[in-house]
Design a protein around this ligand. Structure first.
Ligand SMILES: [Zn+2]
Length: 77
């Protein structure tokens, strides 16, 4: 039995866009871009994106320190 046939069998699977490992068709999921992806990679990817989105939203809420200019109070008020 040549080893090549084993490799050929492996490469029949689509490659996961997250971890670059072959995705078994019965567990394959498809991401937003239509790429094959492991279910666990999809979940991990979504949770990372959620965390990133939350972080970005939190940062948007925060005042941009260094850009804020307080109005100068006139001394003769
Ligand atoms: Zn994967």
């Amino acid at each position: 039995m040549p080893i090549r046939s084993n490799l050929a069998f492996k490469t029949r699977f689509p490659i996961c866009s997250v971890c670059n490992e072959p995705v078994e068709l019965d567990t394959a999921k498809v991401d937003e871009g239509g790429n094959a992806i492991h279910e666990e990679c999809l979940v991990a990817d979504i949770s990372i994106r959620k965390a990133t989105t939350l972080l970005l939203k939190e940062r948007e809420k925060m005042p941009k320190v260094g850009i804020i200019h307080f109005p100068k109070q006139s001394s003769n008020s």
